[in-house]
Design a protein around this ligand. Structure first.
Ligand code: URA
Length: 211
């Protein structure tokens, strides 16, 4: 693996991920765990945010205190639909971030990803972009989404997921070697249907209770 793959192996992340993987975990619990993990992922992914110092007064004294540089602007882009599960947790830590949405489906005959939804803030050129999708399996939708998002010329791009398959990471970095992947774990591989093994099943279905 290259230094463009960052595995967030914090014990709290790993513990919560195990709870999410369990087949018996309910939809409500799965959802709340994903929100909690998303906050922890957001914490790691924003480690390099620049800060500056500004003069403030505490009740007792004056000081120069660190604060996020206001010119550093973020946009979070969930890949629909499972990516939406990561949004709440991220927004709790970064309430001023803007949100864009991208929806893609694979045409069953041509297998080409087709865009069905695309809505971004107008000023993506001034923003660092965090693309979120819980599962990077084949990597095809992440590849297509990032390709499309690059057209909006964000200042930088990061891909954040919960689980990645080695095949998906390789595929993604063949197309986008410049974009780092942050993940909570790298699993064994894919089954014949493109599901991550051992994985956690269909993230969208588990999140929204659709199966
Ligand atoms: N998408 C999912 O939701 N789960 C997988 O295992 C692979 C892709």
């Amino acid at each position: 693996m290259t230094d463009k793959v960052i595995v967030i192996n914090h014990p709290l992340v790993q513990h919560k991920l195990t709870l999410m993987r369990r087949a018996e975990t309910s939809t409500a619990k799965f959802r709340s765990l994903l929100t909690e993990i998303s906050m922890l992922l957001a914490y790691e992914v924003t480690r390099d945010l620049p800060i500056k110092h500004e003069p403030i007064k505490t009740p007792l004294a004056s000081m120069h205190a660190p604060i996020l540089a206001p010119e550093k602007k973020l946009v979070i882009v969930p890949i629909m639909r499972a990516g939406q599960g990561i949004l709440d947790g991220m927004l709790q830590l970064m309430p001023s971030a803007r949100v864009g949405h991208i929806g893609l489906y694979r045409d069953p005959t041509t297998l080409i990803p087709v865009e069905y939804y695309f809505k971004m803030p107008h000023d993506t050129e001034e923003r660092d972009m965090l693309v979120v999708d819980p599962m990077v399996a084949t990597g095809n939708s992440a590849v297509a989404a990032v390709q499309r998002l690059k057209e909006t010329r964000p200042k930088s791009l990061k891909l954040i997921c919960l689980l990645a398959a080695p095949e998906g990471i390789t595929n993604f970095h063949e197309q986008h070697p410049d974009v780092p992947i942050y993940t909570a774990a790298i699993d064994e591989g894919l089954d014949e249907h493109g599901y991550i093994i051992p994985g956690l099943g269909d993230a969208g279905d588990r999140l929204f209770g659709t199966r």
